[in-house]
Design a protein around this ligand. Structure first.
Ligand SMILES: Cc1cc2nc3c(=O)[nH]c(=O)nc-3n(C[C@H](O)[C@H](O)[C@H](O)COP(=O)(O)OP(=O)(O)OC[C@H]3O[C@@H](n4cnc5c(N)ncnc54)[C@H](O)[C@@H]3O)c2cc1C
Length: 580
């Protein structure tokens, strides 16, 4: 596996042009996000990721996380790298100042994750999940809970997990059965006894952090059925004493680790709570409002998963480029020189390389556009908040589809050497494949787009987005037409289309919308580079943007037929008749 080189210039371009960091720095809240600091962070975390996390990617894949006597162990090097990560303060970038964080924009936290995840996606799930726990407690925890848990979560001394999934409750979280019984008396009076099994819990057990703070969804006695009867609990691995020191171990354990296709260094745990009836947790927020509490952090969590598509795309592209420049095969077709050339000289390999670059840079542009809208929303801009809500399913679904496609192209470029494990190209693809599944499958993202997001602000928010793209796509008729098609489909879905018709067309529509917004954001990058921003990218950026606009945009336009075909054809046969 080749070393990781942080794509600092392209990241800074996206942070400036698509997130609009300079405008954010004019707000009171983010006034300290000055250009020098932004550059220092992007360069610093890139170097850190390349130096500390990237060298562990291969060993993490080969050896993986192992459960030994109830404790999850990681290969040599992980503990030291996590310690260095905590000591250098990377965990605290966007967390609240009141709890030891730096209070910087979410955009910069995205950049920290982008670099770490490109270096080592499986390892980076550890800080990524902690961020979710921090947000849940920041928005819904009591002052006492915040004081007890946030400083150590923010520093990274403790890590966090999110416990939603159960064997019978996957996409349908409302079906979960874990329970929480109020404790009336004794030392834990006012708290709850948690009982249940959770599956697929990322970094649910490990020994890199001193304590693990589990955020667990469970039902109170006589709670309403379904998603309206779910409450959120904070359940520490070790009890925390009033002075902040660690007490005895709570009654929870990792039963087993899943054997997976990829991200082998990320322990995916089956967790059991309350085997002995003594698992103690505290209610976070209001009874039966747990799912709503989870939703406040789910937006950012979904963006962070979309970010993984960018991460794996970057890493796979770097690796494929190195191989394609090195591997010599065949003379260039039609050339009088019959000497064999590096495969990058062949038109089809060029196509694949440029596609990888264009898709990855595009997904990055969309990621930072989305992050910038989140930051504006956090500063009180309601239109930006709505826009971010619409972009979230686009970056989560299309961003992660890009990750898989780019990683697969990376294997193709390696030929047979991509299919054998020793080059590492296969690992990127295996690692990438989870991202379209977790944090709400991409099908669930598309459903969200054509239901809740379609009706935001009375339906105007989505139309306004496509209108912006169409209006600004001057000189790019294909992009303007795609944006107009998206607006027409959105109107059809808002009007005459049945719910089934909308859902049947949701995935192609989601891809069309993502490509339209991405093309628009890439145009802005190309214009900025033409005006002198990022001289390092002056040669490459116009080429990748052209590739995107000339080849990816028309492909997306071709999805319209599927987006408006309706559901009838899908139900032409009953399910049983599809067998055989
Ligand atoms: C490696 C890994 C790590 C994970 N980490 C965590 C974690 O830390 N915490 C946690 O709580 N969970 C975690 N998960 C669980 C993950 O979020 C779920 O796997 C995911 O939400 C899908 O649920 P499911 O596996 O039950 O699939 P199902 O819900 O059974 O879905 C199967 C298929 O049916 C489709 N489908 C289901 N319902 C609908 C519907 N209503 N409309 C349209 N299509 C539908 C889905 O899109 C999918 O294609 C993790 C999973 C994995 C594999």
């Amino acid at each position: 596996m080749i070393p990781f080189t942080p794509p600092t210039a392209d990241q800074l371009l996206a942070i400036r042009v698509n997130a609009g960091i300079d405008v954010l720095a004019q707000s009171e809240r983010f006034a300290h996000a000055e250009p020098d600091l932004v550059e220092a962070i992007v360069e610093g975390v890139g170097q850190f990721a390349a130096g500390e996390f990237a060298p562990l990617n291969r060993i993490g894949d080969l050896e993986g996380a192992k459960l030994e006597n109830g404790v999850v162990r990681l290969p040599d090097g992980f503990e030291a790298a996590y310690k260095a990560y905590v000591e250098q303060g990377w965990n605290a970038i966007a967390s609240p100042v009141a709890h030891g964080g730096q209070g910087l924009p979410f955009t910069l936290a995205c950049n920290v994750l982008e670099n770490l995840g490109a270096a080592n996606m499986a390892f980076t799930l550890l800080p990524m999940l902690s961020v979710g726990a921090i947000e849940a407690l920041e928005h819904h925890g009591s002052p006492a809970q915040q004081a007890m848990y946030l400083p150590s979560l923010v520093s990274g001394k403790w890590s966090g997990t999110m416990n939603l999934t159960e064997p019978a409750a996957g996409s349908d979280v409302g079906a979960l059965r874990s329970t929480a019984e109020p404790i009336e008396s004794g030392p834990h009076a006012g708290k709850y006894r948690i009982t249940g099994q959770k599956i697929y819990i990322t970094w649910g057990e490990h020994d890199l952090a001193e304590n693990i703070i589990h955020l667990v969804l469970a039902r109170l006695p006589s709670a309403p059925e379904g998603s309206r009867g779910i409450s959120l609990f904070v359940v520490p691995k070790y009890h925390v004493n009033a002075d902040g020191s660690l007490g005895p171990k709570n009654d929870l354990r990792c039963v087993s680790l899943e054997h997976k296709l990829g991200i082998n260094a990320s322990p995916t745990c089956v967790m059991s709570y309350g085997d002995n009836g003594e698992c103690i947790g505290e209610l976070v927020g209001h009874p039966n409002k747990g799912l709503a509490a989870m939703f406040t952090m789910m937006n950012n969590a979904r963006i962070n998963v979309g970010n993984q598509g960018v991460q794996i795309g970057e890493r796979a592209t770097q690796q494929a480029l190195a191989y394609a420049r090195d591997r010599v095969q065949s003379a260039r077709a039609g050339s009088p020189d019959k000497a064999p050339v590096a495969i990058i000289e062949h038109p089809d390999v060029r196509r694949m390389i440029l596609r990888m670059k264009a898709l990855t840079e595009g997904a990055r542009a969309l990621l930072y556009y989305c992050a910038g809208q989140v930051d504006r929303g956090n500063c009180g801009d309601a239109a930006a908040r709505s826009r971010a809500e619409i972009i979230v399913p686009l970056i989560k679904a299309w961003g992660t589809d890009v990750g898989v496609e780019v990683a697969s192209l990376g294997i193709q470029i390696h030929g047979g050497m991509g299919f054998v494990e020793e080059t590492g190209a296969a690992q990127h693809w295996r690692d990438s494949r989870i991202a379209p599944i977790y944090e709400g499958t991409n099908g669930i993202q598309a459903a969200d787009l054509v239901t809740r997001k379609l009706g935001l602000d009375g339906g105007t928010a989505m139309i306004a987005l496509f209108d912006d793209v169409a209006r600004e796509a001057t000189g790019e008729p294909a992009l303007a037409a795609l944006a107009q098609d998206c607006a027409a489909i959105a109107r059809w879905m808002q009007g005459e289309a049945s719910l089934d018709d909308r859902l049947a067309g949701s995935v192609p529509f989601c891809t069309m919308a993502a490509v339209a917004v991405t093309g628009w954001q890439l145009m802005k990058q190309a214009a900025a580079v033409a005006a002198g921003a990022a001289p390092e990218l002056a040669a490459t950026k116009p080429v990748t943007v052209r590739f995107f606009l000339d080849r990816i945009v028309p492909e997306a336009a071709g999805l319209k037929a599927g987006a408006v075909a309706g559901a009838e054809g899908l139900y032409a046969l009953p399910a049983d008749a599809l067998v055989g």
